[in-house]
Every structure is written in C-alpha cells, then in structure tokens.
Design a binder for this molecule. Structure first.
Ligand SMILES: Nc1ncnc2c1ncn2[C@@H]1O[C@H](COP(=O)(O)O)[C@@H](OP(=O)(O)O)[C@H]1O
Ligand SMILES: [Mg+2]
Ligand SMILES: [Mg+2]
Ligand SMILES: [Mg+2]
Length: 322
C-alpha cells in the first residue's frame, strides 16, 4: 500500500493526541487562553501539537510541519502555569519530557509549505472543545499540492448512538476507512446517495460562515430539513460516512475576504474525496494547497456526496448573483 509508513505514523500520533485532549477535558476543565487574533487556544491544543510534532520529527525529520499553533506565547514568564500543565499532559504520553522539549516540539510545527509537507490542526474546533461539543485532530500529508494522506480523529463523535470516538483515515487512491478510537475494527466508508439522507451540516459558529445563504442554497437543492450544526472537520466525517449529503461554508458577511487555513481542510478533503464525495470552493474550483498556509486561490467551501455537487454549485451561483 502507498504511504504505509506515513499512514501508520499519522494514525498513532493522532490517536495519542486524541487521548491527551480527552484527558484534559475530563481532568481539568480547560479554559481559553487568548491568542493575538483574539481566538482561543488551550493546554490541549498545545499538548496535541507537541505530541504529533514529536512523532513526525522522529519519523520524518526532513518533512516540514505547518501547524496552527506556535510556542512564542507559552515561552513568556507569565505563562509558566499553562506551560507546566501542557508538560504534565505530554508526560502522560512521553514520560520524563521537559518543558523545553515541549516548546521545541510545538515550534517544530512552524514549517512552511513546500513540495512535500504535513499540515496539522492539533484541535480543530477549539470553541467546540471548550463548549463540550465536537472537535477534531486533523493531520494531512501534501505533495506537490496534492493531499496524499489524511487522518481525522474525532474523540466526541458518534453516529447512530454509538460510543463516542471515531478515527477517519484516507490515502489517495485507496479509499477512506473508519475505526473506533482508540482502536477496533476498521470499515471502509462511502458517501450516501440515499434521498432520505439529504441532510446538510454547517458550523456552530455563525461567524464562520453565512448561515442565511447556506440555508437558501440547501433549500434550492431540495434539502428541507434544518441543518445539523457541528464544530470542526467532524463535518467532513459526517459527509464521508453518509450522515449528511452536504457541508456548506460560505464566506461570512462579517469577513468577506477571509481565506481558509490549510489545516482546517486538508485532512477532511481527502477523507471525503476518497469516500466518493467531492470538495470545491464556492465557484467550483478545487482547493489549492500549494500556495502557503491559506487557501488564497479559493473562497468558501462546498463539500458533497458528489451526486448533488453540480446542482449545489448552480444554486450557489444564483444565490450569489441574486
Ligand atoms: N471568519 C472565519 N471564517 C471561516 N473560518 C474561520 C473564521 N474564523 C475562524 N475560522 C476557523 O474556523 C475553525 C473552526 O471551524 P468550525 O466553525 O467548522 O468549527 C477554526 O479552527 P480552530 O478551532 O482550529 O482555530 C478557525 O481556523
Ligand atoms: Mg484556532
Ligand atoms: Mg481549525
Ligand atoms: Mg485549531
């Protein structure tokens, strides 16, 4: 199988990070640390990035990692308490780790996009994580702009009332699989074509999209049920597993020039594509992962079961020009 080492390593690292995140949520009631852009980060985001970057640095030392977080704030003297908490959490995975080592592992994620790189969102949906809702650990390998491996760990996700904790894995050309966390039987995943599964998913956070326009487009393609609102790339998982036919993320009227970050999408895109679905931006263009840490050549994201994709794009064109 192609990319076997990369796939195995990504699964192991994301599974360890998922356990760390769940331990933080269970043991210490995480609170938000405010970043420069006012968005939240937690002890678990930092711990997850440290654990995954350590594994990547060891196994693939020359691969750059483009991760969401960096350790500059954590290095400030005023951050001694959260740093100690991050270190303590990482020690559950890697015993006898020092805080210095933790900081350096986090900063291993400050790489830049190149011919071959990994992109990491140590917690996608930090707001969901803090609320006790959905979040995901998202890791992908990209070569020449093409996503080759994508792993999404969703510790709080379940379908049809199952035990929470699902891991989605995709390798280009080899399909998508679903596995319970932390381990269990693997099953292949396909998107759904069933008309009664015509549900659509969107963000919980209204400011991350355009919910009025999303509802109008969904209705135009015959989806009459209310949206299922869910944090993080778990939404890609829902489409890949056939629990939703559509995920819409249209530019928010409050930030019309926002460009999506690569780590918010890379793993999810491959998981859906390899399950038989389709992902483009709102104009039907493929997402371009070759340009840097933002999808500068794209606006909005449309994720579907494939079958309804062209109809959605046509409805969107009408909604935008109306
Ligand atoms: N104005 C905006 N439009 C779209 N996405 C945004 C946004 N502001 C922040 N985000 C991204 O939305 C992600 C969460 O997605 P969702 O709304 O689907 O749960 C955040 O990831 P993090 O939580 O990793 O920071 C953040 O990168
Ligand atoms: Mg964030
Ligand atoms: Mg994110
Ligand atoms: Mg994040």
């Amino acid at each position: 199988m192609a990319y076997e080492r990369e796939r195995q390593l990504a699964i192991e690292a994301a599974t360890a990070a998922a356990a760390l995140c769940e331990a933080v949520r269970r043991d210490m009631v995480p609170h938000a640390i405010e970043k420069n852009d006012k968005s939240p980060v937690t002890v678990a985001d930092f711990g997850s990035q440290a654990v995954i970057c350590r594994a990547l640095a060891e196994a693939f030392p020359t691969d750059p990692v483009v991760g969401e977080e960096d350790a500059s704030d954590l290095r400030q003297p005023a951050m001694a308490t959260p740093l100690a908490q991050v270190t303590q959490q990482v020690q559950q995975v890697v015993p006898a780790t020092s805080s210095e080592q933790v900081l350096d592992w986090i900063d291993h994620g400050n790489g830049t996009v190149g011919q071959r790189y990994w992109t990491l969102d140590p917690i996608d949906g930090t707001k969901g994580f803090l609320r006790g809702d959905q979040y995901a650990i998202a890791l992908a390998l990209v070569e020449a702009g093409d996503i080759k491996v994508g792993v999404l760990a969703c510790p709080a996700l379940s379908f049809d009332g199952g035990t929470p904790g699902l891991l989605f894995t995709a390798v280009r050309g080899e399909g998508t699989t679903l596995m319970p966390l932390p381990q269990g039987p693997t099953q292949p995943l396909r998107v759904s074509q069933a008309a009664d599964r015509l549900r659509f998913v969107e963000s919980v956070e209204a400011s991350h999209g355009n919910q009025a326009q999303q509802a109008a487009v969904a209705q135009a393609v015959g989806i009459t049920a209310d949206s299922v609102r869910m944090d993080s790339q778990a939404k890609y998982g829902a489409v890949a597993a056939g629990h939703a036919a559509l995920y819409l993320r249209l530019p928010s009227p409050k930030s019309p020039d926002y460009r999506e970050k690569i780590w918010d999408h890379a793993a999810g895109v491959l998981v859906v594509e390899e399950a038989g679905g389709r992902v483009t931006d709102m104009f039907g263009r493929p997402l371009d992962f070759s340009q840097g840490d933002r999808l500068v050549n794209n606006q909005g994201v449309v994720v579907s079961n494939g079958t309804i994709h062209e109809t959605v794009l046509a409805a969107l064109k009408q909604a935008v020009t109306a």
